[in-house]
Design a protein. Sequence first.
Length: 127
Amino acid sequence: MAEKSVIHSDCAPAAIGTYSQAIRTGNTVYLSGQIPLDPVSMQLVDGDMRAQIARVFDNLAAVCAAAGGSLADIVKLNIFLVDLGHFALVNEVMAGYFSAPYPARAAIGVAALPRAAQVEMDAIMVL
């Protein structure tokens, strides 16, 4: 079995449960779900849906950096939305964080997310 290492960034919200921000095994990094928590206050960010989506990408970027990579190294992105009506806005904000070739992706409508967040994302990164 490949050795696992825990990835942690103080620039992303601390894990609030029995999980790690990310786990690296070989050249693959599995990033846990991020919601729009401010890493300092550990509260949901103020602002509209755009601000929430941007905070999630910023949190993912911080964990990617702690693992020695960047958002450009993400090969699979899962997006969880309480309201799939925000899907076009996710695409718009995502275009400011990613460039082609874009990662494989899924967008899933869910009934609820932790702390009443409206968006959560997790990812797989290959270094």
